[in-house]
Design a protein. Structure first.
Ligand SMILES: Cc1ncc(COP(=O)(O)O)c(C=O)c1O
Length: 458
């Protein structure tokens, strides 16, 4: 029997793909298309709008995490399940935000769930004491990433903070070389040649250009008082601006030459290979910082590396540094992080997942060639850019001449197609995202570029 005829949904409920012919013929400029997309967004998300207005009565701008604010108002999510998130307005999205890499295991991994439940039932929340859980997780991370010793923190920001303090104590020096476009946490951000105004230690940073060997060598080797070189192998907030192997090896050598501690920030990139990005490139950092998925989805950070540097935090000796934090060894994160790394994200799974990501990214790169849309990244991390010159190889933020209107338009229209992305254009794949959703996204991207061909082609 033929399905009963249904009344078509109101226009604002249609997917942008359903309106392809309409959008193609009507919008003469990205600005016009963006105004229309924003209007559809407002119409589709009335509950989020009221929740935002209510939240703004007690949180500045209704926000407690800057990255998640989006004009005209953020979508409020109600819950997540598997690789999807469901908004307060009832829309279901494939989650490509993946909690900025911390959500690797998705929203309902049975091993993580069982571990959290059994930890609550059999261990308890926090014991205010040393437990076997932290030692077991420490041992596994040290083995996987080739560290002598490690310590835990509450976040990646704190991990970098303590790694830097260790480097300062170890060298007796103060300054830190960082790179344009680098992000090492809430108070360690370097959007351009200057530290962001909310950074700590504003006078102690020397900012070199990312992927510029000459500039980096000069600043590391010629500056005085350099305690550390702190770098990401791929800049997550770029999004996904990849450091070249030559550049990363060059700054490692320069750091050695200058007697500075070389700290690799693998908060985002540790998922890219069983031993992290450093193992792919053959880097041997003195110290590495970690965070995100290594806590199994619970708040987490860690830093570790050479025994002689980490000894600075050994409380058995006098004159060492204190490193405190009420939740450093919280039972849930220690147990879920260990279960995730030992039972789910095994070396084999990690390698297969990164290969899937590489294929996905290459398909997107093919789909976007000849347009202002540029795809960057490694493995399961993808950066999406809209650039006025369509530059395909981004060496540093200085190469990134954003077309913000197209970028915003893409974000609104991908949401209409049921994809949850960061507005800045980063994708962190969730482990169990089915192939069919990756295919659907590639089709959506192609449809977007086709629909707006006159606006996006080079
Ligand atoms: C490379 C890098 N380092 C450090 C951090 C800070 O981690 P957290 O947000 O856990 O403080 C982040 C967070 O996104 C990051 O991407």
């Amino acid at each position: 029997m033929a399905p009963a005829a249904t009344t078509p949904p109101p226009e604002h409920e249609l997917s942008i793909n359903d309106k392809k012919a309409f959008t193609k013929s009507v919008y003469g400029s990205p600005d016009e298309a963006l105004v229309a997309a924003t209007a559809r967004f407002v119409a589709r998300n009335p509950t989020s709008r009221s929740l935002h207005l209510e939240a703004a009565k007690s949180l500045p701008g209704g926000n407690t995490r800057s990255l998640l604010h989006n004009a005209p108002f953020p979508v409020f999510m109600q819950r997540g399940t598997g690789y999807e998130v469901i908004s307060e307005d009832g829309h279901v999205y494939t989650d490509f935000v993946g909690e900025l890499t911390a959500g690797l295991y998705g929203h309902a991994n049975p091993i993580i769930h069982a571990t959290l439940k059994s930890t609550l039932d059999n261990v308890g929340l926090n014991l205010g004491a040393t437990t076997r859980l932290e030692a077991q997780h420490a041992r596994l991370i040290c083995e996987r990433f080739g560290l002598d010793l490690i310590r835990f923190t509450n976040s990646g920001t704190e991990a970098n903070l303590h790694a830097l303090q260790a480097a300062r104590r170890f060298t007796g020096k103060r300054k830190v070389i960082v790179f344009t476009g680098g992000y090492h946490g809430a108070v360690f951000s370097f959007p351009d040649q200057h530290p962001a105004p909310n950074n700590v230690d504003l006078d102690d940073w020397i900012v070199a250009e990312y992927n510029n060997i000459e500039d980096a060598q000069l600043k590391i080797e010629e500056s005085s008082d350099v305690a550390a070189v702190l770098v990401e192998g791929m800049q997550g907030s770029g999004p996904c601006i990849v450091g070249s192997d030559e550049f990363l090896h060059a700054i490692q050598s320069s750091a050695r030459k200058a007697g500075a501690v070389f700290i690799l920030d693998e908060v985002m990139t540790s998922r890219l290979a069983p031993g992290g990005l450093q193992s792919i490139i053959g880097l041997e950092p003195d110290m590495t910082s970690f965070g995100k998925y290594l806590g199994g989805g619970i708040t987490f950070g860690a830093f570790g590396g050479r025994a002689d540097i980490m000894a600075i935090y050994d409380p058995r000796f006098s004159g060492t540094l204190a490193h405190s934090g009420t939740f450093n060894n919280n039972t849930l994160g220690m147990a879920a992080g260990y279960a995730g790394l030992s039972q789910i994200y095994t070396p084999e799974t990690c390698m297969a997942f990164s290969s899937r990501g590489d294929v996905f990214r290459q398909r997107l790169q093919e789909a976007t060639s000849g347009t202002k849309m540029t795809i960057t990244g490694r493995g399961s991390l993808v950066g999406i850019h809209f650039l006025v010159d369509g530059c395909k190889v981004l060496r540093s933020v200085a190469d990134r001449k954003d077309d913000n209107t197209l970028k915003d338009l893409f974000w609104f229209e991908m949401m209409e197609d049921g994809f949850w992305l960061t507005r800045r254009g980063s994708l962190s794949l969730i482990l169990d995202t089915p192939r069919s959703e990756l295919d659907r996204f590639v089709r959506s991207v192609k449809a977007f570029l086709d629909r707006h061909n006159h606006l996006v082609r080079l």
